[in-house]
Design a protein around this ligand. Structure first.
Ligand SMILES: [Zn+2]
Length: 427
């Protein structure tokens, strides 16, 4: 047997050891010790081999713009939106592309090979839309970039947003977005959900709305989103991003809401780094966490993926394109400390988010696309605990990033010569 590429001796998600053989862009074989020749061999002995990381919620038009033209002094969502409004007229096609491509280099180095990015459509020039459509084409050999038409300033609140959102979809943007809680009134928010879902249904597109990203427990647009999903036959094709108001909602109301979401197969994308940073800013003490009800949704069978949302932009002053950082924060805020829950947090930045994005070619299985990551960890929970190094990243059958394993040398009498903080734990 001959392969173009062989990943040797890795640990799979279920703890078994196997080699992964790749031909062209496809996984050709997965079996314990494949007796094979290969054009290239990657040694993955005792290292977790997983499908690549997936970020289901990001803003690539704003990324790496932190400090331009100034920093967000209050740290709030609303000042972030105002600051983005100041930055927008200063954007150039070249600068948006350059920052996006620089971010994608970071993403590749972190094994992050699928990204759903919202792109602001409240701009008569649609400059960011044009730039990111070009980026999408350029990075297609290594990153799947899915774009969401996102009327940041409100579909009705901004006078030309609706028209420009439709133009963006005509230009090839993949997914219909929205921001109902930011419209002028609750009624306008509700109407925008209906309008946007109808546009998606007509065009056969997926829906992903910023929904109820507020601490106001009466922001209930997710209810309308679930209703329209049912009414328009969009089951399994609609996602609610953030859903932070659910943190503060009345428990009785949530006990009615979650079954409606489950019935409509509406998925959810909390963004733990950003939600814990931005929510509860109007509170004194006790201060709300402001992340949506992750464990409760999972218990109802609702699909949940964790998103990164922001990296060095008007809303967030940190970020490294590391989806394990996202999983780590999500695990803490949602208090998902059982080994099975920790492993689920890993799935929420890999396979669960891939399912939300409808990435049919995704997965570590024969016949699937040969994109994967080799992690310096023995299993999923260890990967989250260590925010493990990406030793090798393979995109469509090519090794696109690699780094040597770096144990720390110790100079301690009577102790080992090096340490890497790996440790066998219950699964
Ligand atoms: Zn967002």
């Amino acid at each position: 047997m001959t392969f173009d590429l062989l990943i040797r001796g890795g640990v799979l998600h279920d703890g078994t050891r196997a080699d992964v053989g790749v031909n062209g862009e496809t996984i050709a074989a997965i079996a314990p010790s494949l007796p094979a020749e290969a054009g290239r061999i990657v040694d993955a002995t005792d290292c977790l081999v997983a499908p690549p990381f997936v970020d289901p919620h990001f803003h690539m038009d704003a990324t790496l713009s932190y400090g331009i033209p100034r920093v967000n002094a209050s740290g709030t969502l609303l000042e972030g939106i105002a600051l983005w409004g100041e930055l927008k007229p200063l954007l150039t096609h070249e600068a948006v592309k350059e920052r996006a491509l620089a971010y994608c280099d970071w993403a590749v180095s972190m094994g992050l090979l699928a990204i759903r990015s919202h792109v602001d459509t409240c701009d008569d020039r649609l400059l960011a839309v044009e730039a990111l459509l070009e980026v999408k084409k350029e990075i297609a050999p290594y990153i799947d970039l899915q774009l969401v038409a996102f009327p940041q300033d409100g579909l009705y609140r901004d006078p030309t947003a609706r028209e420009n959102t439709i133009r963006a979809l005509d230009m090839g943007v993949d997914v219909v977005g929205g921001i109902p809680h930011f419209e002028r009134t609750m009624a306008d928010g509700t109407r925008s959900v209906t309008d946007l879902c109808e546009i998606a249904a007509e065009r056969g597109l997926l829906v992903d709305m910023h929904c109820d990203e507020t601490d106001d427990p009466l922001s209930r647009h997710i209810e309308q989103l679930a209703y329209e999903t049912q009414r328009l036959g969009l089951r399994g094709r609609v996602n609610g991003s953030h859903l932070t108001s659910m943190h503060s909602m009345d428990n009785y109301y949530v006990s009615k809401l979650l079954p409606l979401m489950a019935e409509a197969e509406v998925s959810a994308i909390p963004n733990p780094l950003i939600n814990i940073m931005l929510q509860g800013r109007h509170d004194t003490f006790p201060k709300r966490r402001g992340m949506t009800r992750v464990k409760e949704m999972l218990a109802m069978g609702i699909r949940v993926g964790f998103g990164q949302d922001c990296c060095l932009d008007p809303w967030y002053s940190l970020g490294t394109a590391d989806m394990l950082d996202v999983a780590f924060m999500g695990l803490h805020v949602a208090q998902m400390s059982h080994p099975a829950e920790m492993a689920k947090c890993f799935d929420m930045v890999t396979s669960e988010s891939a399912a939300i994005m409808h990435l049919d070619h995704y997965g570590l299985a024969v016949g699937k696309r040969a994109s994967l990551v080799v992690l310096d960890a023995g299993n999923k929970t260890e990967a989250v605990r260590l925010r493990a190094e990406r030793l090798a990243v393979v995109a469509r059958g090519k090794v696109v990033a690699e780094r040597p394993r770096r144990d720390t040398t110790l100079n301690l009498p009577g102790r080992p010569e090096s340490v890497n903080r790996r440790h066998r734990t219950p699964e």
